[in-house]
Design a protein around this ligand. Sequence first.
Ligand code: KG4
Ligand code: ZN
Length: 376
Amino acid sequence: MLVLGVETSCDETGVALVRDGCFLAESLASQTDIHAVFGGVVPEIASREHQRMLPILFADLLAKAAVTAQDIDAVAVARGPGLLGSLLVGMSFAKGLCLATGAALIGVDHLHAHLLAPGLEDELRFPALGLLVSGGHTHIYRMDSPTEFRLLGRTLDDAAGEAFDKVAKLLNLPYPGGRYLDDLSQGVEPDKTLFPLAYVHNDNLDFSFSGLKTAVAEYLSKRPHLPYAAMPEADALRNGGALALAAHPQELALVAASFNRAVAETLRIKVERALGREEGLRSLVVAGGVAANSHVRAAMAQVAGMHGLAACIPRPALCTDNAAMIAHAGALALLAGYRHDLGLESVPRGRAVPRDWHRITPNAEGLRLDRTRAEN
Ligand code: KG4
Ligand code: ZN
């Protein structure tokens, strides 16, 4: 089964092909440099960029994989949560393709897709505890199967990635600045007294990162020499550039290390609590952009090991937004017998993605039923 994934929920435009559970090819265009100067994603610009890039990326993908549009059995599309205007671009593209070729359509929850992404590299063992840490979400789920997720905890305010990006902004780093804070902290012993662990002295599995962000803001307001005087170019910051360009590198690195430690430790405490409560778990899955963070990865590998579980954390390129994870999650839902019709709706941020798919009984014709109809 050849499945196309379409991702346009935020500022990455992506299309990817997965065949029988294996990654085949991907074409991805990041808009981060376009939005960097605005300090966040500008929705209107994001939608227009998706509109412009999708056909270009799709042609590139078909050429890379040496397949034609007619070879695609199903189209998996990220239906939300995300920026509505951006989602609609991907959704229209996916539906148009299904109408033209007769391929099956399946809508994918972007958040679930993040957590299923490690399955492209490794076998995912269910039931799993899933920690999703991205720019918009910090969720803990119990995952009983690729299509059964139960939300156990969530952020009450800022997501972990948002906290990273806001602290980076305070330092005058371009958006999204999480990775630069990670870079700055490398090899530096954090000062545990600098920033508090946010919202851990309670009995729940929810998160709140706004207090930590405020603590960093207050700390920096007394040290106006620490932020970069002029916002550095993203290119100049890569490969150690962040430290090299800092006016007070040692002091800045200590702030970065202490902040990274506070986030990673907060996540570790809540995940450990969840692991202690949920029964029968076989693995810990960590995904989303912040799963690319070195401190978060180390903390999660450690906590999984302590509970005798396998830690599934995808390589950094599979942690951030991509279309391979959408294709993979879509393929798993199709294999479980689910699919959508052309009435499929996009879901904006803040609204839960409904389980409104149809159950079909796969037969010998399997997913090609609709294709046959289109050809006739
Ligand atoms: O999952 P993602 O690509 O997009 C969303 O769906 O939100 O996550 C993006 C987030 C941003 O907040 C970005 O700063 C953060 O992931 N991020 C990191 C790192 N790499 C990406 N945060 C901390 N350390 C990193 N290495
Ligand atoms: Zn994402």
